[in-house]
Write a protein that binds this ligand. Structure first.
Ligand SMILES: C[S@@+](CC[C@H](N)C(=O)[O-])C[C@H]1O[C@@H](n2cnc3c(N)ncnc32)[C@H](O)[C@@H]1O
Length: 201
């Protein structure tokens, strides 16, 4: 276990039991983001860094009974809370590091990642690993149920130009890791960047 992995598990392990109670009003923002993501019935989608699986009900509704929903998270307590909330009825939960997924190349249609990217130790390489498991033409959603400025204010910090999720940084980061950013929205009540895995890189 690396230092980064231990840090993630300690940080989120301590917060897992109360995670859903802390942000009770986020459900509609998740549902809207998943609807905009444009999944189709039968699609295979990974919720990367799924936590308690807050996106999984909307993801299952989008892909329907013939689709596949996987939730992957590094923190066991998050997956325990996901099971307690019944999210394992929506899809399979995997205890794994998304930096090294136990999935074959190009096996998925899409990856949805809420609140994940800021916690990745090597975002370029880690986003490339997400691209590896998605078919050409498949899609990525980077979502947060609060915008960058509101999140910075919540944490009492300044939003600086080097913020990884700023549009001028995120576009090149995605391009350098096997994705093409197709849309970007950063409002007070949500952040949603969508990207596609190009068919002809
Ligand atoms: C801010 S929480 C978001 C949880 C959930 N997506 C949500 O929006 O409620 C970030 C989650 O990412 C997980 N995580 C962070 N780094 C990870 C990694 N390398 N592999 C898998 N999960 C990771 C954490 O354990 C945590 O559950």
């Amino acid at each position: 276990m690396s230092e980064d992995q231990t840090h993630v598990q300690e940080f989120f392990g301590a917060r897992a039991a109360d995670w859903d109670r802390k942000f009770p009003g986020d459900g509609p923002a998740f549902a809207t983001a998943v609807a905009e993501f444009g999944l189709r019935p039968g699609d295979r989608v990974l919720d990367a860094g799924c936590g308690t699986g807050r996106a999984m009900t909307a993801l299952r509704a989008a892909v329907g009974p013939t689709g596949t929903v996987l939730g992957a998270d590094l923190t066991p307590q998050m997956l325990t809370a996901a099971r307690r909330a019944g999210r394992d009825a929506e899809g399979a939960l995997l205890l794994t590091d998304v930096a090294r997924l136990p999935l074959r190349d190009e096996v998925l249609d899409a990856v949805f990642a809420a609140g994940l990217i800021a916690h990745l130790p090597d975002p370029g390489a880690n986003l490339r690993e997400l691209a590896r498991v998605v078919r050409p033409g498949g899609r990525l959603a980077l979502f947060h149920p609060i915008g960058r400025a509101a999140l910075a204010a919540r944490h009492g910090r300044e939003l600086t130009a080097d913020d990884m999720r700023a549009e001028h940084n995120l576009g090149p980061l995605l391009s350098g890791s096997g994705w093409h950013m197709t849309s970007y929205a950063d409002q007070d009540d949500r952040f949603l960047a969508l990207a596609e895995r190009p068919r002809h890189p």
